[in-house]
Design a protein around this ligand. Structure first.
Ligand code: BES
Ligand code: ZN
Length: 588
């Protein structure tokens, strides 16, 4: 028996699933899926077969002939969920599990009509990364094992279902509709994804379409209009796009992430719809995952930097093609700041500042930070710096080709790089990067004239003429560079001169509100409360709840805001804010 993923009961000595056939009735009244999942095995098998589940009510398990199979649902474990142990008789080819999900399923958010942009119809979406797929389907929930799948979702007739898969048709009968999907490319289970709601669509190019609630469609279509240029740039860098379509689902505001790279259908927060395409780097990031992450996948969450560090690097290369090198350097400087914040946050858990982590007993959601993203990015950038761009690009292409549709560990990456470019890892001091804590002093530094202008200000009030030319990114860099607490005069002057509290750009707005809160500038509190009610993106909840809860004067505001919004926050966001409030109370 060997479990190679600390976050899954999947066992190497057991049968492996090749494909999944899922049928589910989506019940908005009970907030459950009434479902049947058939797992077809790689080869006829026998003996123990362990699956991952969380909060599933299992009613029966049968084999390919309909013969009932003995099974045991073990006690629920806090991080892993409940092991479902099945015993396969000789020559089992497929297992069919009938079950119902819980209204509390950690991968699902069920929105009341009032929580959507349109306000009339309910909405449901999934978010399976890192280990939430098991709350929707009983399966071997580890990225080491890829599956293809088909799915049939029965939904209320007035709604539409979308899935990160090919759509194979819709049939309406009475008050329901059945939507069929097929995912021909094998995926790790965390990329299983769907949404159901009042969803319309518009074509952006022959291979891209945006899906959104009707009231958001036009704005979303404008914001994402540049997507094909990104795909063209990415293919030139990384090779052909392997997933046929790159569609985008504009999510309801409670979506906890900026984006999620669900294959063929990337999920994107509506907070990037600024009206001027200034925040579309998130699209470049999720598109880049089509190569780094979705084609070459981390074997488990301990190697998450292989997904995210490579993707930040690839995102930067796409953006550099489109916007030029200077703009990329500013993005890298923002990344550096986010990294410093995460390093500070993990002062008492320095193990989580390594690239290659050890996560036995740690929930991947709790380990989440900018470390795998930005430390990973700077590591790859330093390797590129040593070998030069042409050699690095040539290696990257062979890496993507050799591990295509595979799952790898950090050691696999190292062996591959060493074979192609011997001695370079040692020269880059890769052991320190990979297994060391913190950030190496030798790391490359972002270089840009525009950055120098901001650094020279040293947190002083910028001239109106200088700031008039700033992009959103430069505003964020400036606001984050202001030493905290900032003086009352500076806060007043900033807001009067630049109307930051009224900014339509969420990155700028939240950077400003966080600075103001850290500075005891309570005039922004009403706007902070509005933002906390309007969006559920983790990054913003963390940035605002942290200073709000830390300051005894605004702690009650934080507690009230959480009480008011907890029901509309995603389960993952709720868990984060609960932790932040608990930590703040512990400071008393
Ligand atoms: N795959 C991640 C989101 C994710 C990571 C979800 C881990 C669950 C667990 C996605 O690609 C991502 O990195 N999103 C970023 C945006 C990006 C521009 C850095 C985010 O949500 O902030
Ligand atoms: Zn990512």
């Amino acid at each position: 028996m060997a479990r190679l993923d600390p976050h899954s009961y999947a066992d190497d000595s057991h049968a492996q699933t090749a494909s999944l056939a899922l049928t589910a009735r989506v019940d908005f009244t009970t907030k459950t899926l009434d479902a049947e999942a058939t797992l077809t095995l790689e080869e006829p098998s026998a003996g123990p077969f362990d699956l991952d589940t969380r909060d599933l009510a299992i009613s029966s398990i049968t084999d390919q002939d309909g013969t009932a199979l003995p099974f045991l649902v073990h006690a629920n474990e806090a991080i892993l969920g409940a092991r479902l142990a099945i015993t396969l008789p000789a020559n089992t080819r497929a297992v069919t599990i009938r079950y119902r999900t819980s209204p509390e399923a950690s991968a699902l958010q069920w929105l009341e009509p009032a929580q959507t942009s349109g306000g009339v119809k309910p909405f449901l979406f999934s978010q399976c990364q890192a280990i939430h797929a098991r709350s929707v389907v009983p399966l071997q929930d580890t990225p080491r094992l890829r599956i293809t799948y088909t799915a049939k979702l029965t939904i209320p007739r007035e709604l539409t279902a979308v899935m990160a898969a090919a759509h194979r048709g819709r049939e309406e009968t009475g008050t329901t509709a059945v939507e069929s999907f097929e995912m021909p490319q094998p995926i790790p289970p965390y990329l299983l994804a769907f949404a159901v709601g009042d969803i319309a669509s518009r074509d952006l190019s022959p291979r891209s379409r945006v899906y959104a609630e009707p009231v958001m469609l036009e704005r979303a279509a404008y914001e994402y209009g540049g997507v094909d240029a990104m795909i063209v740039a990415a293919e030139a860098l990384f090779g052909p796009y392997d997933w046929e379509r790159f569609d985008i689902l504009s999510m309801p505001p409670s979506f906890p992430y900026g984006g999620m790279e669900n294959p063929r259908l990337t999920f994107i927060t509506p907070t990037i719809i600024a009206g001027d395409r200034s925040l579309v780097s998130v699209i470049a990031h999720e598109l880049a995952h089509s190569w780094t992450g979705n084609l070459v996948t981390n074997a488990n969450a301990e190697h998450f930097w292989l997904n995210e560090g490579f993707t930040v690097y690839a995102e930067q290369r796409i953006l550099e093609t489109i916007n030029g090198a200077e703009s990329s350097e500013l993005d890298a400087a923002i990344g550096r700041r986010e990294l410093d914040e995460s390093l500070a946050r993990f002062a008492k858990q320095p193990g989580l500042t390594r690239l290659r982590t050890h996560l036995e007993g740690i929930d991947p959601d709790d380990a989440f930070s900018a470390v795998p993203y930005q430390k990973g990015y700077f590591f790859l950038r330093s390797l590129e710096g040593i070998v030069g761009r042409p050699a690095f690009d040539a290696w990257l292409r062979t890496y993507l080709a050799d591990f295509r549709f595979g799952a790898i560990t950090t050691a696999d990456f190292e062996a591959h790089f060493e074979a192609a470019l011997p001695g370079v890892l040692a020269k880059a001091d890769s052991r320190t990067w990979i297994d060391g804590e913190g950030f190496p002093a030798s790391a490359p530094r972002p270089q840009s004239e525009r950055l120098v202008v901001i650094e020279r200000l040293d947190g002083a009030l910028p001239d109106a003429a200088v700031a008039a030319k700033w992009t959103a990114i430069e505003w964020c860099l400036y606001l984050e560079s202001v030493p905290r607490p900032a003086s009352r005069e500076l806060c007043d002057a900033l807001d009067q001169r630049f109307h930051l509290t009224a900014s339509k750009n969420y990155e700028v707005l939240v950077a400003w509100l966080a600075l103001a809160l850290h500075s005891g500038h309570h005039a922004v509190v009403p706007r902070v409360e509005e933002v906390l009610s309007a969006v559920g993106r983790l990054k913003y909840l963390r940035a605002l709840f942290t200073p709000l809860a830390k300051d005894p004067a605004t702690r009650p505001v934080a507690e009230r805001a959480f009480e008011k919004n907890r029901e509309s926050y995603h389960p993952i966001s709720r868990q984060l804010v609960e932790g932040l409030l608990r930590d703040a109370r512990a400071l008393d």
